[in-house]
Ligand binder design. Structure first.
Ligand SMILES: Cc1ncc(C[n+]2csc(CCOP(=O)(O)OP(=O)(O)O)c2C)c(N)n1
Length: 639
């Protein structure tokens, strides 16, 4: 026995040599390690603290990696990483080149499947299980899915298929009544109702014990007892959705008692049918601040362990700058006050998208639909079809889920749904699954759609107001109406740029600097600070550069842009997004088609997934900071 057990666990099988007393002490060590590391590096705190005992029990009962554990979203995998040989590198969590905050098969064979977006686990696990059986293997496959992730439609498609196949898939439903904020929707109510079953079972045990103690008084009494039990059962517990789909259902069980969890897991391991094990856990368990306010401590940046207070935040915001998200939140609140048709929709990301002020002011016009991006879009389309002005606030990476809903349910019908795409661009720390680099390429080909990219706080407000103005005031698509995407990153933005205060003109950008230089840097708004820096560096090298804020990434006024491209020797298109299919490629094609005289250079993100790092690091690595842009422009001049 060691004073600290965690550093000596290199393989999960080693957990089996520990007594329950030692395991409980290990759980404390794990929580201390997670809190200490996340307090420095940031990360998903509350979700991880909630599954410590569950993860220990899983690794004692199942033989990872032969048995496979699939973590939904994957944001709760820290204990799993600590118990599968990654304790030593845990201090590098979420840092550039370090341990990922989500499961990564490339990192360890114990990470059976990569996750990051919600609700994929049951589908992936079912595929793993079918694959295992087709190959003749006997390995088990276990899913851990939260009640929040279970609000996503993909989970139901998978449950339905799994019920049909009847293979022994083990689904652990980690029910803590929370998504990031308190969980929403009918399903959440249903799970609470299922929890009533525990009370029914305890009642039944007491009732049976009492009935057995009564002296024998014949069949009549027995019938009465049976009928009474049925009636009580009907009150406490009527049906079970999972059983109806073809699953066994076990639970709800207490999720912080290793021995009890283990006993149930040993039993379900032997089943030859699919099973849902409903486990009740407490999000943030063991760290008082996170237990009291699991929403705030869901995902955090660095903080003080003793006070729970963040070390970043408003105090460090340089004067004259603010975050795009806050600007959007305030602008939407103003718009909501002016126009009662304005409605706000989030898919479980109320705080992250800046919608809390709107929700507080207009609760009737605010909708959290759960982790259900596809539904959010089509629901908004329905609102728009009723003449309302829905604004769907969503992260760029999560809108990937709803490409067809944008095409089929909004653009095709010219419906004026506004998409406020936050985290559009490089996203700090979360890695490949959370980068917002594909939205321009995904949506640029969609007819009737407008894509806008603000460079400053004032311009974001301008764009939102323009988008919400009555469609007659702007033209987008044949009916004069259509969806609009406004994309901006998680970054500070300049409050006001005089040039960007000019009214929007369909398809046209604005010059932020114009002095008839030989070179023009045309950029997507979020890169304004980097482009400005690049222009200064170029000037120092004797190359003057004008700065053109594109504003519209779609549609483009081709005559206007074509004329600009004839005025310069070099046109450099710089975008915070995938180069493939981006705005630069479109402009280059336009230049070719129109025989424009400028030489065109495109700077964007190469055709690769971008891994974790701070936004500034990622801009640098991809040649999109001031230094990188200037170097490539100078190289282009010489070529
Ligand atoms: C498709 C998608 N939308 C949104 C998110 C952001 N997100 C990360 S975790 C989370 C809540 C998950 O809740 P739950 O599954 O209950 O897990 P808990 O954190 O409560 O343990 C959300 C909304 C995501 N990862 N994927």
């Amino acid at each position: 026995m060691h004073e600290r057990e965690l550093p000596h666990i290199h393989e999960p099988q080693e957990l089996r040599r520990l007594s329950y007393g030692a395991l409980n002490r290990l759980a404390v060590e794990i929580r201390e390690t997670i809190v200490a590391t996340v307090s420095k590096n940031g990360g998903h705190l509350a979700s991880n603290l909630g599954v410590v005992e569950l993860t220990i029990a899983l690794h004692r009962v199942f033989d990872s990696p032969q048995d496979k554990i699939v973590w939904d979203v994957g944001h709760q995998c820290y204990t799993h990483k600590l118990l599968t040989g990654r304790y030593d590198v845990f201090p590098t969590l979420r840092q550039s080149g370090g341990l990922a905050g989500f499961p990564k098969h490339a990192e360890s064979p114990h990470d059976a499947f990569d996750t990051g977006h919600a609700s994929t686990s049951i589908s992936a696990a079912l595929g793993l299980l079918v694959g295992e059986r087709l190959k003749g293997g006997t390995g088990r496959v276990v899913v851990v899915i939260g009640d929040g992730a279970l609000t996503g439609g993909l989970a139901y498609e998978a449950l339905s298929h799994a019920g049909q196949l009847g293979l022994p898939l083990i689904v652990i439903l980690n029910d803590n009544k929370m998504s990031i904020s308190p969980n929403v929707g009918g399903l959440s109510k249903y799970l609470s109702r299922l929890s009533m079953k525990a009370r029914y079972q305890s009642f039944r045990r007491k009732f049976d014990a009492m009935a057995q103690r009564l002296p024998f008084i014949g069949d009549v009494f027995f019938d009465l007892v049976v009928r009474l039990k049925r009636a009580v059962k009907a009150v406490f517990y009527t049906d079970n959705f999972f059983v109806d789909l073809g699953f066994e259902y076990v639970g709800p069980i207490e999720g912080h008692q290793i021995q009890g969890l283990e006993r149930v897991l040993q039993d379900v391991r032997k089943l030859d049918r699919p099973v849902v094990v409903h486990v009740i856990t407490r999000k943030g368990k063991g760290y008082c601040f996170a237990e009291q306010d699991p929403g705030t401590y869901h995902g955090v940046s660095s903080f003080s362990v003793s006070t729970g207070l963040g070390s970043g935040g408003a105090a460090r915001t340089p004067q004259g700058n603010t975050f795009f998200t806050e600007v959007f939140g305030r602008a939407l609140l103003d718009a909501g006050s002016r126009d009662e048709r304005v409605t706000a929709i989030t898919a479980a990301m109320e705080k992250g998208t800046g919608l809390s002020p709107f929700k507080a002011a207009f609760p009737q016009r605010f909708f959290d639909v759960g982790i259900a991006e596809e539904h959010a879009v089509t629901f908004a389309a329905g609102l728009a079809a009723q003449g309302l002005r829905p604004v769907v606030a969503i992260y760029s990476t999560f809108i990937q889920r709803a490409v067809d809903q944008i095409i089929h349910d909004t653009a095709l019908q010219h419906l004026p749904v506004i998409f406020a795409l936050d985290r559009a661009g490089f996203v700090s720390d979360d890695g490949e699954t959370h980068q917002g680099l594909f939205d321009i390429s995904l949506f640029r080909p969609v007819p009737n759609l407008t894509i806008l990219a603000p460079a400053s706080a004032g311009e974001l407000v301008l764009m939102l107001d323009w988008s919400l103005a009555d469609p007659a005031g702007r033209v987008s698509g044949p009916g004069g109406v259509g969806p609009i995407i406004i994309r901006y990153p998680k970054a500070l933005c300049p409050l006001e740029l005089p040039a960007c205060a000019a009214p929007l003109e369909q398809g046209r950008g604005v010059f932020v600097r114009q002095q008839d230089a030989p070179c023009c840097l045309a950029f997507t708004g979020s890169l304004y600070p980097q482009v400005l820096d690049a222009a200064d560096r170029l000037a120092a090298q004797g190359l003057g550069a004008d700065l053109y804020n594109l504003r519209f990434l779609k549609p483009l006024d081709e005559d206007y842009l074509g004329a600009i491209m004839n005025r310069y020797k070099m046109m450099i298109f710089i975008e915070e997004g995938s180069r493939a299919g981006g705005i630069g490629e479109y402009a280059a094609e336009l230049a070719l088609r129109r025989h424009c005289t400028a030489q065109v250079l495109i700077l964007g993100v190469p055709d690769t997934f971008v891994s974790q790092g701070k936004r500034e690091e990622l801009l640098h690595l991809n040649g999109l900071d001031g230094e990188g842009i200037a170097a490539r422009v100078l190289g282009f001049r010489c070529s």
